[in-house]
Design a protein around this ligand. Sequence first.
Ligand code: RP5
Length: 168
Amino acid sequence: MTSTPSAPRVGVVMGSRSDWETMQHAVALLERLGIAHETRVVSAHRTPDLLFQYAEQAVERGLQVIIAGAGGAAHLPGMLAAKTRVPVFGVPVQSKALNGMDSLLSIAQMPTGIPVGTLAIGKAGAGNAALLAAAVLALTDPAVAEALDAFRATQTQDVLDRPDPRSA
Ligand code: RP5
């Protein structure tokens, strides 16, 4: 596990070390926005007891959002959501066999009562999960709100500053 010095408010978990290539994009944005977080490999299938422990301790540990990435039979986000009321955002990792459609459907098709906020497959989903987590925290944290507003303003200005797609 890696973590920022202050207590983590967002947990970024993934089913395998192989998911890091995707999930690093969530972590990069959390870091850019100055949001305390932790990263951990927690596998629904290979470490089910750890999954339950992580979810059961999430509230008391002060986690406010969990971002969970998984691929293939992607049960991690749904099972975390089943064991905690902390909001879970699921990131479908692009699988080799089915290009992430299996991951997407595994995460999105939750039964009524246990929601998982499901993002796009891959890098875009990971980044947007971090931005959604920031939006949740921004409701009660002015510093995060300011950082998120600044990120969005910079993004907009970057598009406006370079209207010609052929220029550098
Ligand atoms: C899932 O199986 C993981 O989330 C990963 O996306 C996929 C493959 O895992 P590895 O076999 O690469 O460890 O549980």
